[in-house]
Ligand binder design. Structure first.
Ligand code: SAM
Length: 239
């Protein structure tokens, strides 16, 4: 997968060189390219913002540098067109389903807003997805892009050491994952559940499903209701 990120702070994307996502880039599974939006400005001060029409606080990102950047970047691969993602608090909430959907794309472009956001006409002209990572306001789209890209990258073939682990993670089946444990068997007087030490794979699988259903019901009743409605919870309980 190729991912181009347009931002006025390309250094914000440095963490993508680390760990799992960094290794995916070294192996060539993922190719992240950060671009400085100011490259596509034409004035001496490399201006990317201006006062909002209608008044009010803050500044808005001007459309021309964005249009120039997106025109040039999206022409980089002849015969192909990227899926353009704009992180914004006004977007569709980001979910594991959306991560799975984006992971099937060969090419993504992320537009990182700053200030009061990007002129809406850019979004209208270019965005395939407007995505929110939660009901709070960040200073810019870079951290939202990091969140989205990391969730997407770990779903790419070969990125996770154990390919089964993504399928067993929270949200894959619509539910939260069961609690996990490692050695020592007893820590601060708390013992690892006996079933996990039993060697009985069927019993372990049943325990995990029960825990998954119970935890989801306690912590995220909204998810359990949805999983019950779509049949995921019933399937899990029956298995
Ligand atoms: N004035 C905007 C509003 O109230 O919706 C907030 C702009 S915010 C300060 C600047 C940029 O941060 C946005 O253009 C967007 O790229 C990013 N951003 C902030 N919160 C976000 C969120 N919850 N999800 C995704 N992107 C977000």
């Amino acid at each position: 997968m190729r991912a181009d990120v347009v931002t006025i702070f390309p250094d914000y994307l440095q963490p993508l060189r680390l760990s799992l996502v960094g290794r995916a880039q070294q192996r060539g599974t993922l190719d992240v390219r950060a671009h400085d939006l100011r490259t596509w400005t034409s004035d001496l001060h490399r201006t990317v913002d201006d006062a909002p029409y209608g008044g009010g606080p803050g500044m808005v990102m001007r459309p021309e540098p964005w249009d120039a950047a997106l025109t040039e970047i999206s022409a980089a691969v002849p015969g192909s067109r990227p899926r353009v993602v704009v992180p914004t608090p006004a977007g569709v909430p980001f979910t594991q389903r959306k991560a799975e959907e984006l992971a099937r794309e060969p090419w993504l472009v992320f537009c990182c807003g700053r200030y009061e956001g990007i002129d809406s006409r850019v979004v209208e002209a270019w965005a395939d997805d407007e995505i929110s990572i939660g009901d709070y306001v960040l200073a810019g789209g870079e951290v939202a892009t990091l969140v989205i890209l990391e969730a997407v990258a770990r779903l790419l073939p070969g990125v996770l050491g154990n390919s089964a682990s993504a399928a067993e993670d929270s949200f894959s089946d619509g539910l939260l994952e069961a609690p996990v444990y490692t050695r020592p068997q007893v820590w601060r007087g708390m013992e690892v559940p006996a079933v996990l030490r039993s060697g009985d794979h069927g019993a372990v699988a049943r325990w995990r499903r029960e825990q998954s259903l119970t935890r989801t019901g306690q912590r995220r009743p909204d998810l359990l209701a949805e999983a019950t409605r779509t049949g995921t919870a019933n399937r899990a309980a029956a298995e």
